[in-house]
Write a protein that binds this ligand. Structure first.
Ligand code: SF4
Ligand code: SF4
Length: 348
C-alpha cells in the first residue's frame, strides 16, 4: 500500500488538475460540495456528506446535448459533445460510490446511455473511507462498509498525517504510476491503523443499525404486498412535494428532456427531475396517473426499496447516506419506512 503526506496534497491536487478537472469537497460559506479545484480553494476532507452528492460530475443537473437552427423548412442539428475531457473525483465516500454503482446499472444497461457512459469512462474515482460515521448513517443496512468502497479506482484512508492509497482498478494503477513521485510506501503500522479505523467505523454503523432496527432484509418482498397499505396515508400528508429528498440523493436519476428556443435557434437539454413533483407524471391530456402526493410518496419508497431491487438482483436504490433523513423539512424518514415495513431482524 502507498501513502501521500498531507503536506504534499496541494502538489498532488495541482498535478491532477493539470491532467483534467479535479472535483473535491470544497467549502464555501460553510457549505461543502464537490466542485472543480483551483489554487487557494478551501478543501474539506473531514465533511462526511457533501450537501449534493458527487454524482453531479457524471450526471450533471442540467446538460445540453443538442443545438438546432431552422432556416425556413431547413433544420440543422448539432450534437453537443458530452465529455469535456478527463476528470478526477477525489474524496468520494463509500456510500456515494455505491450510489454511482446504482446509476451505472440504469445508464450502462441496455440500451446504454451514451452521454453517461462517456462521462463515466472519462473519470477516475478516489474514495475516502469514513472514520467517524454520522448518527444518521445506515449504509451497513445495505451491506456496505463505511470504511471501504470496493468499486472506486483508488481507495484512500485518513490516518492522521497521511492518506493511505490503494489502487483498485486499472485506472487506479495508471493514476498511481503517474503520481508515484508524490507517494511513499506505507508502513505496517499505518496499514494496521487504517484496518482498525475500518473495523471501528463498521462496528459503529452496525451498532446503530441494530439499536434502531435498520435492517432491510425482507423489505423488498414485504413491499410487494403493500401497495394499498395504510402506511402511505400516514406518510404523505405532511410531504411538501419540495423534491429535496430526490435532488440530494446519490441514487436518484430521473431526468426531464426539454427544448429551449428563441426565434430560429435553440437547444435540447436534460435536467434532473423529481418523482415528488405533481408535473412529473402529468400527461399533455391533463391525465395524471399519480394524482396526489400519496402516490408520489409511495412511488419514491417503492422504487428504492422494491421495484429497483426486483429489477437489479436485490440491489437497493438507497445506500444509507442519511441525506434525506437529515434534510427533509418535515422529517419524512426512510429508516422509519424500513422499520415499519417489518423487515427488521432485531438483534442481528
Ligand atoms: S424532502 Fe420531505 S417534504 Fe420534500 S418532497 Fe421529500 S419527503 Fe416530501
Ligand atoms: S434515499 Fe436517502 S438515505 Fe437513501 S441514498 Fe437516497 S438520500 Fe441517502
Amino acid at each position: 500500500m502507498k501513502k501521500v503526506q498531507k503536506e504534499k496534497l496541494e502538489d498532488l491536487f495541482e498535478r491532477l488538475a493539470g491532467d483534467g478537472v479535479l472535483y473535491l469537497p470544497l467549502e464555501e460559506d460553510g457549505v461543502v460540495n464537490f466542485a472543480p479545484w483551483k489554487k487557494g480553494a478551501r478543501v474539506n476532507l473531514e465533511a462526511l456528506n457533501t450537501v449534493l452528492p458527487p454524482k453531479r460530475a457524471i450526471f450533471p443537473q442540467t446538460e445540453t446535448y443538442m443545438r438546432f437552427e431552422t432556416d425556413g423548412k431547413k433544420l440543422q442539428i448539432e450534437q453537443v459533445e458530452p465529455v469535456e475531457g478527463n476528470y478526477f473525483l477525489f474524496g468520494v465516500r463509500p456510500c456515494d460510490m455505491a450510489g454511482i454503482k446504482v446509476l451505472d446499472k440504469v445508464f450502462l444497461d441496455e440500451p446504454e446511455d451514451d452521454i453517461y457512459s462517456r462521462r463515466r469512462q472519462a473519470g477516475t474515482i478516489l474514495s475516502l473511507g469514513c472514520n467517524d460515521p454520522h448518527v444518521s448513517c445506515f449504509c451497513s443496512a445495505f451491506d456496505l462498509e463505511p470504511g471501504f468502497a470496493p468499486d472506486a479506482d483508488v481507495a484512500l484512508w485518513d490516518v492522521g498525517e497521511v492518506l493511505l492509497w490503494k489502487p483498485l482498478s486499472e485506472k487506479g494503477e495508471k493514476l498511481t504510476s503517474s503520481v508515484e513521485d508524490l507517494l511513499e510506501d506505507a508502513s505496517a503500522e499505518e496499514e494496521r491503523a487504517a484496518e482498525e479505523q475500518r473495523n471501528s467505523a463498521a462496528a459503529t454503523v452496525a451498532a446503530a443499525a441494530r439499536e434502531h432496527g435498520w435492517n432491510v432484509e425482507g423489505v423488498e418482498e414485504a413491499l410487494q404486498d403493500m401497495f394499498e397499505a395504510e402506511l402511505w396515508d400516514k406518510l404523505y400528508r405532511r410531504c411538501l412535494g419540495c423534491g429535496i429528498c430526490t435532488y440530494i440523493c446519490p441514487t436518484c436519476h430521473c431526468f426531464d428532456v426539454e427544448d429551449f428556443g428563441k426565434w430560429q435557434e435553440g437547444e435540447r437539454f436534460r435536467c434532473w427531475d423529481s418523482c415528488m413533483f405533481e408535473e412529473f407524471t402529468l400527461h399533455a391530456s391533463g391525465e395524471n396517473p399519480r394524482p396526489t402526493q400519496k402516490e408520489r410518496v409511495r412511488q419514491r419508497f417503492m422504487h428504492k426499496l422494491c421495484y429497483y431491487p426486483s429489477n437489479f438482483e436485490g440491489l437497493y436504490a438507497c445506500v444509507g447516506c442519511g441525506r434525506c433523513v437529515r434534510q427533509c423539512p418535515v422529517s419524512i424518514d426512510i429508516t422509519q419506512v424500513i422499520k415499519e415495513v417489518g423487515g427488521v431482524k432485531s438483534g442481528s
